[in-house]
Ligand binder design. Structure first.
Ligand code: UDP
Length: 360
């Protein structure tokens, strides 16, 4: 393959595309970047392109703020037009968003090979929109890059040995980003001094999963827990616009420090400085590990099972009592973070080399 069309749309995909795109360029592959527009706020999109020096997208489809069906359908229609015009050798998609599924479906129906980075992950919760997106994307992908052994095993159990696609364990491209940008973040970010956090213990929290935000009972319960924890250890939470919107609408009050979503450099500095991470984000669970922090995951399941098995992460669910109990355990648990679970920064290079050598 020489010409890759990459589809991005949501915050974690910009971070993944930053890492993989850099390696594509290094290995002489051409990349056409398409931003679907799924995330469009300055602090959810533009800041990542600027900080991480991601090339300006060749196309911005400006599709957002729609229901799942409308969004995915409209993206497919527009992506198809771009793909017909660009005629790439492969279409690369990341993770599990509507942009991922729309890109994969549009490409496969045009007989363009689909490359899925972060394949094989499963929560086994079919009520999650992300689970639907990842299962369907995997099934129509030609090249599946799996971050972990657990992801490979999931595909094996689903019969992928019979599907004729190529499955490669490459590690996690988010670790490549964490390693590459850690120094730059330290040089550029001033968030720790701005928030007067230097040398102080604090909990870094993020909440945005639809299963938590769309259920006011659960969201209230999470905020209750964070309010109580905040009395013992200050909680700092850069909150997703969806979470901010719903909490305001439902009158769910945060007594902890809520800030606007931050850029990647600020996030890295918060991760480095915090005492504990509490999150329902997939990416942030791993980043806690990369920056040697214990994590409480505010969900019933995780796709990153090796973190739970290794004792680095504890699933608390979304009820205040179980969240507080997990906080108490994880604040004091001592862990050795030296284990190489995610490829130690080589995941994007594996992708670039495999694409260069791949033929149907
Ligand atoms: N992130 C960020 N600023 C924030 C919150 C998260 O830069 O205010 C980064 C975080 O470091 C991680 C990514 O966004 O790299 C995770 O995205 P998100 O939690 O939105 O999605 P998920 O990983 O759950 O799909």
């Amino acid at each position: 393959m020489n010409k890759i069309l990459t589809v991005v749309g949501a915050r974690p995909q910009f971070i993944k595309a930053a890492a993989v795109g850099r390696k594509l360029r290094e290995f002489g592959l051409e990349e056409v970047l398409v931003h679907t527009g799924q995330h469009f706020d300055k602090n959810m999109s533009e800041v990542f392109f600027n900080e991480m020096e991601i090339p300006k997208p060749n196309y911005n489809l400006d599709i957002h703020s729609l229901t799942h069906g409308a969004m995915t359908g409209r993206m497919m229609e527009h992506l198809e037009t771009v793909m017909l015009k660009e005629r790439p050798d492969g279409v690369m998609v990341f993770g599990d968003t509507n942009s991922t599924l729309a890109g994969a479906l549009a490409a496969r129906k045009l007989h363009i090979p689909v490359i899925h980075v972060e394949a094989g992950l499963r929560s086994f919760n079919m009520d999650m929109p992300e689970e639907i997106n990842r299962i369907l994307t995997d099934r129509i992908s030609n090249l599946l890059f799996c971050p972990t052994d657990a992801a490979i095993e999931n595909l094996q159990k689903e019969g992928y040995a019979n599907f004729g696609n190529t499955i490669i364990k490459n590690g996690d491209v988010m670790q490549d980003a964490a390693i590459y940008y850690a120094q730059k973040a330290a040089e550029k970010s001033t968030i720790i001094s701005e928030l007067e956090l230097a040398g102080k213990p604090f909990v870094l929290a993020t909440v945005h999963r639809q299963e938590n935000t769309d259920n006011p009972v659960l969201l209230r319960s999470i905020f209750n827990a964070l309010n109580k924890i905040n009395k013992e250890t200050p909680v700092v939470a850069p909150l997703h616009p969806r979470t901010l919107g719903i909490s305001k609408k439902e009158g769910i009050v945060a007594e902890f420090k809520v800030i606007e979503p931050v850029g990647y450099f600020d996030m890295v500095e918060l991760l480095k400085a915090c005492s504990l991470v509490m999150t329902d984000s997939g990416g942030v669970q791993k980043e806690a590990f990369f920056f040697h922090k214990n994590c409480v995951t505010l969900r019933e399941q995780t796709e990153w099972v090796e973190l739970v098995e290794g004792g680095y992460n504890m699933l608390s669910g979304s009820h205040d009592e179980t969240i507080i109990a997990a906080y108490q355990v994880m604040m004091t648990r001592k862990n050795d973070f030296s284990k190489n679970l995610y490829g130690a920064g080589k995941a994007s290079e594996v992708v670039a080399k495999a694409l260069l050598n791949w033929s149907r």
